[in-house]
Design a protein around this ligand. Structure first.
Ligand code: THG
Length: 263
């Protein structure tokens, strides 16, 4: 399971302030703590800062890479901010994200090829996020087709069936799980990712819902996730899930996490 830490996101007030003040040590500390806690990659999203996003992204990617070795997931609706982050990034980055919208595909494909990045592909198109599982699957199929025809390797594609809050639509948790199962069953070799914390938005005890949702999503084929690695209960769920699903030979990772005191 690829764990992408979600904390460097200016939707959180303290992160927004740190970016604005160019508080290098705050951002670097947040990066370090997520990696120490078990993040394999870090999402970087400064999207609330519409007017300065390009400069902010460039700065954030630069200072984060000084203290951690993991790849960064450059998260922005703005292709110029993506380009700024990718230009600054050392090795293979992850672009977050492309959709099946024609305009978005035209903006992202050149960046993907130029920087040889990995890419997260959201199952939405001009009509928005499909309500039902089948249509979300259909959009995923279109995305896989389109990206592979452009020469993008399956291993570089992360399909995101888009988790939405169950507080606004009580059926949407199950819908996205079924979409995961169907996508996993149809495309061997691609990756399946989601933004976990979205599921619990607007409800109390969010970490409870996040952890249980993750444990149900893993057997549906989820193999990458954007989450809060600083939630101490989260990494244990992942290590236990991998061991139980036969994704951890000889339970090696489970046992070493235990020895490191991380369970
Ligand atoms: N898919 C993809 N990318 C994504 C998402 C997705 N990027 C953004 C988002 N969704 C994932 N990142 C977050 C980051 C923070 C929170 C949720 C998702 C969050 N934060 C708390 C809050 O807002 O209440 C706490 C913030 C704070 O620390 O104050 O919920 O789905 N591809």
């Amino acid at each position: 399971m690829l764990v992408i830490g979600e904390k460097i996101n200016t939707s959180a007030k303290d992160v927004e302030k740190a970016v604005e003040k160019r508080d290098t040590s705050f951002i670097q500390d947040l990066a370090r703590r997520q990696v120490i806690s078990g993040a394999d990659a870090l999402d970087v999203n400064v999207g609330t800062r519409i007017h300065t996003e390009v400069e902010d992204m460039k700065w954030a990617v630069k200072v984060i890479q000084k203290v951690v070795e993991v790849p960064l997931c450059i998260d922005s609706p703005n292709p110029l901010a993506l380009e700024a982050g990718l230009t600054q990034h050392k090795d293979k980055a992850i672009i977050n994200s492309v959709t099946a919208e024609k305009k978005r595909v035209e903006e992202i494909l050149p960046l993907l090829k130029r920087f040889r990045s990995k890419v997260i592909a959201l199952t939405m198109d001009e009509a928005g996020i499909p309500e039902d599982m089948r249509r979300r699957y259909t959009v995923a199929e279109r995305l896989v087709d389109l990206l592979t025809r452009e020469g993008i390797a399956l291993d570089d594609i992360y399909i995101d069936p888009l988790v939405r809050p169950i507080s606004t639509d009580s059926g949407c948790g199950w819908t996205v799980l079924e979409a995961m199962r169907k996508i996993r069953g149809s495309f061997k070799g691609i990756h399946l990712i989601c933004g976990l914390s979205n599921i619990s938005f607007g409800l109390p005890r969010r970490e409870l819902l996040n952890r249980v949702f993750l444990s149900i999503a893993m057997p549906m084929g989820l193999d990458a996730v954007i989450l809060d690695p600083l939630d101490k209960g989260m990494i244990p769920v992942i290590r236990a899930g991998e061991a139980l699903l036969g994704k951890d030979e000889y339970c090696t990772k489970y046992l070493s996490s235990f020895r490191e005191g991380k369970l």
